[in-house]
Write a protein that binds this ligand. Structure first.
Ligand SMILES: *Cc1c(COP(=O)(O)O)cnc(C)c1O
Length: 331
């Protein structure tokens, strides 16, 4: 199947490495597990948003914009990487963050400040509801702002994961794999991987672990992802078409909701840290790996399977969640 490639700027160190988690595999029993290290994209501590921003900020440059606006939670990895990308391009960066200014900025918020972004606190609006207000302010002051959507999840952001799967196929023969597992939140990663899998003829199960209860916007989250996969396919003139049946989004692990860290996450984080020397993050990859481990324990993944886990980044927020680990002493 063919598609029209889109142009991008270089922001990350790609390809990111792939390795086998042999220690974790022997501790857990069950499938062989490999990891794709998008925590190592390199842009101000890296993460999956670096890939999306390569395409999104190319578009901003093409349109002659001089400032960038995006939105997220106070500990948003997306906002931190956007701030770093804007600094690299010497563009003004405005972040519309949920909540109120804390007394001490830590984790991603500390980095947002260091990277020179301007922060607009938005109370309980953490998904960009206040972006239009900031756009108006900037336009009134003579700026030409570019809006990067919440999570970078539009067609350009999703396309970055078509590109990422092509990168992965050059590193590993995905025909040897039964599952590709990753954290899914604003949907761009999953939509792009769905399209990439179709374009590369993948046969594995593409399994998104839901991170957020998905109370976003006007349409249900699962429909949003399928529609985004279709509109991304249209954008690159591909003929791939998706329906609800093509989407696997496992919502069993959302627990008490976005960013609420429990034993599922802390156990997964400490297992990876102690057995592989790899750090996961508390909000996304800790939850997704917690889900993967649970599926092994339930026998849903077994010795006949081979799993690729996509590490999507997020590690700077570990420092903002230090309190969640006080109860996680040596077992
Ligand atoms: C944003 C993010 C995700 C989810 O990606 P989406 O494209 O928003 O679904 C996963 N992991 C980390 C660390 C993230 O920052």
């Amino acid at each position: 199947m063919h598609s029209k490639p889109l142009s991008k700027i270089d922001l990350g160190f790609l390809p990111t490495p792939v390795s086998r988690l042999s220690n974790l595999g022997s501790v857990l029993g069950g499938p062989e597990i490999y990891i794709k290290r998008d925590d190592l994209t390199g842009l101000a501590f890296g993460g999956n948003k670096t890939r999306k921003l390569e395409f999104l900020l190319q578009d901003a440059l093409t349109r002659g914009c001089d400032s960038i606006i995006t939105a997220g939670a106070a500990q948003s990895n997306h906002c931190r990487q956007t701030a770093a990308a804007a600094a690299r391009l010497q563009m003004e960066c405005h972040l519309v963050l949920g909540g109120e200014a804390p007394e001490v900025a830590s984790g991603n918020l500390l980095l947002d400040n260091l990277l020179g972004s301007q922060i607009h606190w938005a109370g309980d609006h953490r998904k960009g509801e206040d972006i239009p207000r900031v756009v108006e302010q900037l336009q009134a002051s003579g700026k030409n702002p570019y809006v990067v959507p919440y999570g970078g999840s539009n067609e350009l952001g999703a396309y970055a994961f078509v590109h990422a799967l092509e990168e992965l196929e050059r590193q590993l023969d995905m025909r040897q794999f039964s599952h590709l597992i990753f954290a899914s939140s604003s949907g761009g990663t999953q939509a792009g991987l769905m399209l990439g899998k179709a374009l590369t003829g993948g046969q594995y199960r593409l399994l998104g672990i839901g991170i957020d209860k998905g109370e976003t916007g006007d349409i249900p989250f699962d429909r949003f992802i399928v529609e985004l996969a279709n509109s991304t396919s249209d954008l690159v003139n591909a003929s791939a078409r998706f329906t609800q049946q093509d989407l696997i989004l496992d919502m069993r692990y959302v627990g008490d909701g976005y960013g609420v860290v429990g034993e599922l996450e802390t156990e997964a984080i400490s297992l990876l840290a102690r057995h592989e020397g790899i750090l996961l993050d508390p909000v996304y990859t800790g939850r997704a790996m917690g889900g993967l481990i649970d599926m092994i324990r339930r026998g849903e993944l077994g010795a006949a399977d081979r799993v690729l886990f996509w590490h999507t980044g997020g590690t700077p927020s570990l420092f903002a969640y230090a309190d969640s680990f006080q109860t996680c002493e040596n077992p």
